[in-house]
Ligand binder design. Structure first.
Ligand code: 1GP
Length: 241
């Protein structure tokens, strides 16, 4: 069964998904086993791998190591074309719909095709929206795009819906890694209300309460990276029942 159809099936059953994001630039190889063990014991359903500046070799070695330690699907969440490796199960094929930088809307996607042709990775088309969160984040710097102002909710909703109408399979609302404020409950609700496809929310989620708020507002999957990097005991709050 494919990763996307599995996600769809779970979302239809109203299950809530949690992806732990591992950044190859921050994760030491010798720490992977212990870290992934904690993921395995938690309610996490997916492992995402990606960052804004990592190189292929690092990503490839890391993904292979993670795969050896877990049964969870490992999905690439690449900051750049160079991070695409066939070691993973699937790839979020992102287009930065919130910005107006053609490089991140389509140029890099075109560049990725030669590589994807040689791999048997499942490719999941994902509309990616960067939302204002209180400070400048890496995504903003790297992509040279502005986040969408949180007051401009209708525009956020319409942008997400345009992604769905273009045939994208997922919408990802991103506050940015290490965001001060996660995407607000109100924005999540408004976007979810108009979408048929699953909704991913990430950036700045640091507590169980924030995670539950995102779920109850309508997020189907939440992505958490920094909070686990900074404090592995956060996994204790999220143990499997
Ligand atoms: C970043 O949405 C992810 O792309 C996760 O963000 O590192 O703040 O959890 P955090």
């Amino acid at each position: 069964e494919g990763i996307y159809s599995n996600i769809q099936g779970l979302v239809q059953k109203k299950e809530k998904l949690l992806a732990v994001l591992i950044d190859p630039d921050k994760m030491l190889l010798e720490k992977v086993t212990g870290f992934v063990e904690k993921i395995n014991r938690s309610v996490a359903t997916h492992i995402f791998v990606g960052g804004s500046t990592v190189d292929l070799y690092k990503t490839e070695v890391l993904v292979a190591k993670i795969k050896a330690e877990t049964k969870l699907p490992v999905v690439l969440f690449p900051g750049d074309v160079t991070q695409i490796t066939g070691e993973a199960d699937a790839l979020l094929f992102l287009s930065l719909l919130s910005g107006r930088n053609p490089d991140y809307l389509i140029t890099k996607q075109v560049q990725a095709v030669a590589k994807l042709r040689k791999l048997s990775l499942e490719v999941i088309s994902t509309g990616y929206l960067l939302i204002e969160n209180g400070k400048e984040t890496a995504v903003q710097k790297v992509t040279q795009t502005k986040p969408m102002p949180w007051a401009d909710v209708q525009n956020i909703v319409d942008t997400a819906k345009a992604g769905e109408l273009l045939g994208m399979k997922l919408i990802y609302l991103e506050a940015g890694s290490g965001a001060i404020h996660p995407v607000s409950d109100y924005i999540i609700k408004r976007v979810k209300n108009e979408l048929e496809i699953p909704l991913i929310v990430g950036g700045g989620v640091k507590s169980k309460q924030q995670l539950e708020n995102a779920y109850s507002s309508g997020a189907d999957m939440v992505v958490i990276g920094t909070a686990f990097e900074n404090n592995e005991s956060f996994f204790d709050d999220l143990k499997k029942p």
